[in-house]
Design a protein around this ligand. Structure first.
Ligand code: NAP
Ligand code: MG
Length: 484
């Protein structure tokens, strides 16, 4: 970065305080309403990826622990939750939502520390959206017959839920809220690198007086997740994570009768037409791929710009990248926080190397990265070919592969040329063009003149290798119900 630019964009630090957050040294498993020691006797560490400091130790659940959690969920289902009038169930869900709001600052800071995401996003997006999911589904709890008239919706039983590390508290809310509203009980496994907010949620749930065993939250590694998937007394598996693990899960439960939803990876296309408001589109591109360090399943990681405006858009984009602040996630000025783990940073760096080897031109703004912690500057790859690995494979980091196009047919064909089909963005002044594209793009969500916008009432999910089933909205209820 030139001196001039650096001065233009430097701000005094504005660190969010952490004094209001009490983190325990060691967390047990939340089973049957209590925090218990794991049968395994083992604990693992979660660190802050922004400075590599220890956050806390978390229990590693083994098969026996998973079994105890599932038994607690089964007993709670049979004896309490399935018998409770729906409107009473709804009251508990509202209470959890309100209590999360009361502890919103704690949750936001905890998420920032454990996951490396910026405080701005944790505070303004993750936590409010997580609360809103509980509020939204609380409202449906006693209206299921109205939601599905004449279809006699019934709960499934025990839901086993497995979540990734990119939106820890939000994913927990996406999973737990609809399961409870539809009368199911839950065993949720948090991701290994981000268990902290799940355990704070467990404290909230305990304090809310929700009957014991209705929600059980366990921590551990992939093996813990696999034990939950295989448990014979689980009726439904809801998984969000990589396509690779999703395929393993699908194989492992084939023929078991367990209901399954899979929310998997993506390589989503963000498409800019020449008549688009270009400055807004540039902000949309930045938000689409650099938001949450690119740790977003629906990140707009493939950019398609119409040839006539390509040079202009790329110039604007490069200029904008110079102003992005990469650094301490707790600083309110930070735009791009820490990469979630060392392993994920290594994956991203592997792809940077692949991109260069494939002959694409790499652009990174000059920025000083903190000495400790895991960081990656925002990165553009220009002159990318359709067949390049950087335009086909999910990188899950702040890396954008850029291509150009001339006609609508060409861009539709290019955008759909992907094993994934999670999301897409279309930027144009022309409404009819938006509708033309939304019907032809094979993507679960298509944003028009915006990107990465979420709402509890709107269903989310993928095509092809991005998975099946929908979360959010009425569709999200269906995933936890059976019908006569
Ligand atoms: P991952 O490795 O698939 O892990 C996801 C979860 O599954 C974690 O809790 C993980 O535990 C657990 N797990 C690992 N192996 C397992 C197994 N054999 N059986 C059962 N559970 C197992 O994915 P990730 O790398 O953490 O997350 C990133 C991926 O998630 C990306 O591909 C991204 O696109 C996808 N994602 C999709 C959505 C969506 O809605 N479509 C949303 C967010 C993320 P550990 O943490 O202990 O490994
Ligand atoms: Mg961590």
């Amino acid at each position: 970065m030139g001196k001039e630019t650096q001065n233009m964009w430097s701000y005094a630090p504005a660190l969010e305080g952490t004094g209001h957050l009490t983190i325990q040294k060691k967390y047990g498993l939340f089973i049957n309403g209590e925090f218990v020691k794991p049968n395994s006797g083992k604990y693992f560490k979660s660190i802050n990826p922004a400075n590599e400091e220890l956050i806390a130790e978390f229990a590693e659940a083994n098969e026996k622990d998973v079994d105890l959690a599932v038994k607690a969920a089964r007993t709670a289902y049979d004896k309490t939750w399935s018998k409770m009038p729906a409107k009473e169930r709804g009251k508990y869900i509202y209470r959890i939502a309100r209590m999360m709001q009361e502890r919103a600052r704690e949750l936001a800071v905890a998420e920032c520390l454990d996951a490396g995401k910026t405080i701005r996003e944790a505070r303004d997006i993750d936590v409010p959206l997580a609360c809103n999911h509980f509020f939204y589904y609380a409202g449906w709890a006693d209206k299921l017959n109205e939601a599905f008239p004449g279809k006699k919706p019934k709960s499934l039983g025990v839901a086993g839920q497995i979540i990734p590390w990119n939106f820890p508290i939000l994913m927990a809310a996406w999973k737990i809220a609809p399961a409870l509203a539809t009368g199911n009980t839950v065993v949720l496994k948090a991701a290994e690198t981000t268990p902290l907010t799940a355990m704070i949620l467990a404290e909230i749930i305990q304090e809310s007086g929700l009957p014991n065993g209705v929600v059980n939250i366990i921590t551990g590694a992939g093996k813990t997740g696999a034990a939950l998937v295989k448990h014979p007394d689980v009726n439904k598996i809801a998984f969000t994570g990589s396509t690779e693990v999703g395929k393993l899960i699908q194989k492992s439960i084939a023929g078991s009768g367990k209901k399954l939803t899979l929310e998997l990876g993506g390589k989503s296309a963000n498409i800019i037409f020449e008549d688009a408001p270009l400055d807004q589109a540039v902000e949309g591109i930045v938000n689409g791929i650099f938001f949450n360090q690119g740790h977003v399943c629906c990140a707009g990681s493939r950019l398609f710009v119409q040839e006539s405006v390509a040079q202009k858009v790329i110039e604007k984009l490069k200029f904008r990248l110079e102003s992005l602040i990469v650094g301490n996630p707790l600083d309110k000025n930070t735009d791009i926080g820490a990469i979630n783990s060392k392993a994920q940073l290594e994956t991203i760096e592997k792809y940077l190397k692949i991109g260069k080897e494939e002959g694409a031109e790499m652009f990174q703004p000059k920025c000083d990265l903190p000495k400790k912690g895991y960081y990656c500057p925002p990165t553009l790859f220009l002159d990318v070919a359709q067949s390049n690995r950087i335009s086909q494979e999910e990188i899950f980091g702040p890396v954008l592969a850029i291509q150009t196009f001339r006609s609508i047919d060409e861009v539709i064909q290019k955008a759909n040329n992907s094993p994934y089909g999670l999301a897409a963005g279309v930027w144009t002044d022309k409404g009819s063009r938006i509708f033309n594209l939304t019907t032809q793009l094979r993507a679960g969500v298509v944003w028009a003149n915006t990107y990465n916008k979420f709402d509890p009432s709107s269903p989310f999910g993928g095509y092809k290798e991005s998975g099946f089933g929908r979360e959010g909205g009425l569709h999200g209820l269906t995933a936890y119900l059976k019908f006569d």
